[in-house]
Design a protein around this ligand. Structure first.
Ligand code: HEM
Length: 477
């Protein structure tokens, strides 16, 4: 039997339904959706529209059901502050939602918890220092340039290219070389990339389908296990190569194996190394590709910003190859990336589980509840953002950022668990955009506007298609 459908929202089971006798959260509505699957069909069909409508109808805090799981969705920066900063010891990466992730990510930084997480984070943080980023810049630029070399041909044709697909392939090459060093052949990276993408997609489906009744089919399990085995073999063999005394330095794995600061006292075991390699690889690849694809999408929709960025790139670099010290001077480029990540944050929600009974901004939360600050809603909250749907990178100037809650912009999370790779990925994205704008003009394809699709991260439904035109004003070195 189907739940009643709210006429206002078209949301089955919508409306203020009590949460059960004695529930202290009874004041908060629950969107139940369809039997068994809950609101999953609506999330898959048009996630942004659905979640916006829920917020309009139910406010900044409401429950949704997906399979047998129930989530408290939170839409205000204040909520994020409670969950990620003030209450981070209570709101943990635990519960059934994180289980399928652990199957793939082991006990790596993305999913570990407590003292073990703290030790690993301390060991890994120095990999992302300015000195390390400086060392990696040349490697990133060379890899980006290699990837963009095939774009010249596209720029001479009248056929648009799908930059999402292109960024997926090139960021995979960048991530692999940053991780395993410059010597990794591109065919090996491509193979590993397609395997890892498959695993990510399967993993995300499992986060939801694991809560469905066992008799429902779960397609792709066999292929998933075979792919995971292949990836394990490949990464373990790369670790082995990095362990050899004559291994070439250059990648993060090499640094991790030898102890980042040369302290042989606190090094990781082979299993820990394997988990962390997988976590860094997963954390950095698809997210950066999506952030780049959305940035290009908005630059083609807002030609005045495309022009401003190109002017900045020409003034700062005058046609030369960027180096690490140039990045702070390329502030409009950075702000355009930040703004694209506000409008289309690859990490669209960041769930946690309450370990004990707690209250978030006056909302009673029972132990065991999964709370999910909804990054996308927070990034559009009217209390903080003026004209939230507009692409306006200048909102990230220091003057206009003054007084804004630091929990209003969360593409990299917040609090102690904030993304360890944030500076690396912003640097990588800046280098990408700079190299593209030095060579090409980007133009939208009329009638083709990229729409978001929900996966682990928020990517486009059918790619981001743009026309490339060769630039004549400046050419790269
Ligand atoms: C645009 C690119 C990226 C986005 C949007 C992104 C997003 C995020 C977010 C939202 C978190 C917090 C997750 C949570 O609190 O549950 C996170 C954590 C993490 N990210 Fe990223 N990330 C990006 C790039 C990278 C890169 C380049 C790396 C590594 C090379 C990386 C590695 C990690 C790791 C290891 C964590 C776990 C940190 C911890 O819990 O201590 N990420 N990332």
């Amino acid at each position: 039997m189907m739940s009643a459908i709210s006429t206002e929202t078209g949301i089955p089971g919508g409306g203020c339904s009590p949460l059960g006798e004695g529930s202290s959260s009874a004041a908060h509505p629950e969107v139940r959706g369809w039997p068994i699957v809950g609101v999953l069909p609506m999330l898959l069909r048009d996630p942004i529209k659905f979640l916006f409508r829920c917020q309009q109808q139910y406010g900044d805090a409401y429950y949704i059901r997906v399979g047998s799981q129930r989530f408290l969705i939170l839409c205000h920066p204040r909520h994020a502050e409670y969950v990620f900063a003030r209450g981070h010891r209570v709101f943990r990466k635990k519960g059934s939602l994180w289980k399928p992730l652990r199957h793939y990510l082991g006990n790596g930084l993305l999913v570990s918890d407590g003292d073990f997480w703290l030790r690993q984070r301390r060991l890994m943080q120095p990999l992302f220092s300015s000195t390390r980023l400086n060392d990696l810049t040349e490697l990133m630029v060379t890899t980006i340039d290699e990837g963009l070399s095939s774009w010249d041909k596209a720029a001479e044709s009248t056929t648009p290219i799908d930059v999402e697909k292109e960024f997926g392939e090139i960021t995979m090459q960048v991530s692999a070389r940053v991780m395993f060093g410059a010597g990794m052949p591109s065919e090996q990276t491509a193979r590993l990339g397609s395997d890892v993408s498959y695993i990510i997609d399967h993993m995300v489906r499992s986060m939801v389908t694991d809560s469905f009744p066992r008799w429902l089919p779960r397609p792709g399990r066999v292929r998933y296990h075979e792919t995971l085995k292949r990836v394990r073999r490949e990464i373990s063999s790369l670790i082995e190569q990095c362990r050899q005394p004559d291994a070439q330095s250059g990648g993060m794995l090499y640094d991790l194996i030898r102890g980042v600061d040369g302290d042989p006292g606190d090094q990781m075991t082979p299993d820990e190394l394997y988990d962390e390699a997988m976590n860094l690889f997963l954390g950095g690849y698809q997210t950066t590709a999506f952030a780049l694809a959305w940035t290009v999408h908005f630059l083609t929709l807002y030609p005045e910003w495309h022009g401003r960025l190109q002017q900045e790139v020409d003034v700062v670099l005058a046609g030369r190859t960027p180096v690490f010290e140039d990045l702070p001077k390329l502030s409009s480029t950075r702000m355009a990336i930040q703004e694209a990540m506000r409008l289309r944050s690859p990490a669209w929600w960041i769930p946690r589980q309450a370990e004990v009974d707690e209250a978030i901004d006056g909302i009673a939360v029972a132990a065991g509840t999964t709370v999910a600050p909804l990054v996308h809603a927070i990034h559009h909250h009217q209390d903080v953002w003026e004209n939230p749907s507009e692409f306006d990178p200048a909102r990230f100037t220091s003057e206009r950022s003054e007084g804004r809650s630091k929990f209003a912009w969360l593409p990299f999370g917040a609090g102690p668990r904030r993304c360890v790779g944030e500076r690396l990925s912003i640097a990588e994205a800046q280098l990408f955009i700079v190299r593209i704008l030095q060579r090409f003009d980007l133009e939208a394809v009329p009638g083709k506007v990229a729409r978001p699709r929900l996966r682990t991260t928020l990517g486009p439904v059918d790619g981001v298609h743009v026309f490339l035109r060769p630039r004549t004003a400046y050419t790269s070195e």
